[in-house]
Design a protein around this ligand. Structure first.
Ligand code: PLP
Length: 410
């Protein structure tokens, strides 16, 4: 008789994991306040500037500029930092597409670099090899909440005079050697989109310690206006990418419980890390002691199918889901293989345009291994579960391993 749930056996669990978002009366109170004030936009209300200050302080940055998404934050930060159209910008090949499309959007040329298989963050040595006389910036992603190696990135930036724009979309409260990420480089960008550990449905913020970058980001976010100009006087190129007071009201409430939830996620992260590591063929990403705080946005391990009767990543994930564990393959396509990049479909209706790089010839072996064979993700809401929930995850992996022979016959 079949034992694994994928073959009709009893699942490891049927209980749901915690759902996301988490909210309570605080969100309702703040939202009602904005509604009743009639000040619904950030130009008139106070919630946006209140959150900007709170979050910038929390990340140890001088300035915060709230915008309508993490994607917008990246695009505006590049321009505000002075990266010119036509410049090359180094990005990891294993990240959300916005890291790279933000570069195309501001007229730049993304150059994809492979990841370090131990951390899934950009490999600084390979980033160094990718520098040319056209390189203007590097965008390390603090992937899953684990800080990139900011010592090596900043050294590289200094050597070649590059701007560093941190993609910290997943890294609220994360640290490198005790320093909060986001303003270690010239600027850093965070996301508050639905899946994120602090969410307002949509939203993003640019952090910087640089007064000029802050001024330019604020202007680009507000139709190119200047603080001291007239209302219909537009000095710089910009659009309306402002956030609403309703979103800022939610962000304030979300932020008020962030540390408490962060601690729960981190404790579960450490437990999973210790327990899953004991299983042959399960290799959680490596914890570098320089990463002194981790937002635990994703828990990731590398799956080695040789220890699971050669069951593929996709079949393993399916078996886990049937056991009652929501398990994600994560990014399944390296960015340079995405149709938009492979075909340079940057024109209207996907029209192929002339572009300085032919992405169809790019190859990053570690990124491909992660996408196709090894990377397995658990999302942050899973990490809000109880210790028993975490034990169920470990039990499901062990069960699948023990009976992996069964899966080959599916
Ligand atoms: C690494 C990374 N960069 C950028 C973004 C873009 O953020 P948003 O979805 O808020 O535009 C995200 C979020 O999805 C992300 O995970």
């Amino acid at each position: 008789m079949a034992v694994l749930a994928i073959n009709g056996g009893q699942p490891t669990r049927t209980k749901q994991f915690p759902s996301w978002p988490v909210w309570d009366q605080e969100e309702i109170k703040n939202l009602t306040e904005v509604l009743e004030s009639g000040k619904w936009g950030s130009l008139h209300g106070q919630k946006t500037s209140e959150f900007e200050k709170l979050f910038a302080d929390y990340q140890q940055a001088k300035h915060g500029i709230l915008v309508n998404s993490g994607t917008t934050a990246l695009r505006l930060a590049l321009t505000a930092a002075g990266v010119e159209a036509g410049s090359e910008v180094i990005v990891p090949a294993y990240t959300f597409i916005a890291t790279a499309t933000a570069v195309v959007d501001m007229g730049g040329v993304p150059i994809f670099v492979d990841i370090d298989p131990d951390t899934y963050n950009i490999d600084p040595a390979l980033a160094g090899e990718a520098v040319t006389e056209r390189t203007a910036a590097i965008m390390p992603v603090h992937f899953a909440g684990r800080s990139a190696d900011m010592d090596k990135i900043m050294a590289l930036a200094q050597k070649y005079d590059l701007k560093v724009i941190e993609d910290a979309a997943q890294a609220w409260g994360s640290e490198w050697k005790g320093k909060r990420v986001g303003a270690i480089g010239q600027a850093g960008c965070f996301s508050f989109q639905s899946s994120k550990n602090i969410s307002a449905g949509e939203g993003g913020i640019i952090l910087t310690n640089d007064d000029l970058i802050a001024k330019m980001a604020r202007s680009h976010n507000n139709c190119g206006r200047s603080d001291d100009g007239q209302w219909y006087e537009h000095y710089f190129f910009g659009g309306n990418t402002r956030i609403t007071e309703f979103q800022s009201a939610i962000l304030l409430a979300q932020f008020s419980r962030y540390e408490k939830l962060k601690k729960i996620r981190q404790d579960n992260f450490v437990f999973l890390n210790n327990e899953l590591r004991k299983i042959d063929g399960i290799e959680p990403l490596i914890e570098n002691p320089s990463v002194t705080s981790h937002s635990a946005h994703l828990f990731i391990f590398r799956y080695k199918k040789d220890h699971f009767s050669a069951v593929s990543k996709q079949n393993f994930i399916e078996a886990m889901r049937k056991e009652g564990i929501p398990t994600s393959p994560g990014y399944s396509i390296p960015l340079y293989h995405q149709p938009v990049f492979k075909n340079r479909s940057f024109g209207p209706h996907g029209k192929t345009v002339d572009f300085p790089v032919d992405y169809s010839t790019v190859s990053c072996p570690e990124t491909e291994r992660a996408c196709f064979e090894e990377a397995i993700w658990f999302t942050q809401n899973i990490l809000l579960g109880s210790r028993d929930d975490m034990r169920d995850i470990v039990a499901a992996v062990l069960k699948i391993q023990q009976y992996s022979d069964e899966i080959k016959n599916v």
